[in-house]
Design a protein around this ligand. Sequence first.
Ligand code: COA
Length: 355
Amino acid sequence: MKFACGAKIIGVGAGLPVSVVTNEDLTRLVDTSDEWIETRTGIKERRIVNETESATGLATEAARDALAYAGIEGDTIELVIVATSTPDNLYPSTACQVQAAIGASRAVAFDMEAACTGIIYALSVGQQFIGSGTYKRVLVIGVDVHSRFLNWEDRNTCILFGDGAGAFVLEATEQSDNQMLGTYLRADGNGGHLLWIPNTGTQYPHAGTDGPQPTTRFLQMNGRAIYEFAVNAVPEAVRQATAAAGITVDDIDYMVPHQANIRIIKAAADRLGIKKEQVVTNVDEMGNTSAASIPLALWSAIRRDKVKIPSTMCLVGFGAGLTWGSAVVKWTAVDKRGDAASTSEKAEKAEASIS
Ligand code: COA
């Protein structure tokens, strides 16, 4: 696709709940074990919101962190896009709440939903607005608080998810400096029943006299079918996005996949011939944070100097819908706070809980 303007990512940020819930903690809720969860998923712990934390709060924290990384103020943002499946309310949108909180008074703001692929869809939409010359700075946030939609008595699902927010800042560039090299988006609603949350939709039974049915309020999943879908979707999306970028999989320095399960990530990387050290993961410490997982994985890796800058990265997502997609980006952005970033209170808090 030909765009009038180029785009590049100039910031990444994170918003995380304070509480860490370990696999051991979950053994007190359901019949499971640390060994089972880690072997089948790679997850050791996840962050879960407390009563005072919310999707809007996490998204705002991620936004502020990404703005600081980029060294810019909120009032220079012209569009806020929030990808989420678990907003605090049906409206106002999370994006409008973030827009107000960061003082982006000129910005247009809206939410969109493509489940765990949401951040890839949102990046692509942001790129379109920049590419058309409409906006120069776009804040793209992925946030999910799945813990409020999980059945904490269902060991098949409650062990998989964590809460969190991740954000990117996109900025217009000259065409010659374009760093959003290629994208690929897909959807297949025929698989919608494989992963769904009926809660809050118009088909959700009214609380009424009998009250909601516990088996239909929460996230439902066919784990095996989703696994099969994912190990095919990731290689397809990576190959197609690299082709759109005019490069091959061998030209990628890093793959930053949606952090659902380490087995899915490894199987997909093997199929693509991508080496272990090229795969960016933090599923062990955050679980599946849905729309937030890709920026959160990259945020962790950058903070720990695990990725070289500049480099070529393939961000790749998959999830409910079904949806899947990928974005190939050249990453040149460094944290404008310098050393201050790694000594910030939040960074130390995260480090303390994962080391
Ligand atoms: N602890 C202990 N045992 C568990 C368990 C848990 N937390 N969850 C399920 N089990 C049991 C099952 O009941 C089953 O028991 P049974 O054989 O007596 O019926 C057994 O473990 C094996 O279950 P199975 O479904 O074969 O496990 P699996 O190897 O396929 O792993 C998933 C299950 C969910 C980890 C895996 O299918 C997966 O990751 N799927 C993708 C899910 C995903 O990523 N969703 C989000 C996408 S965005």
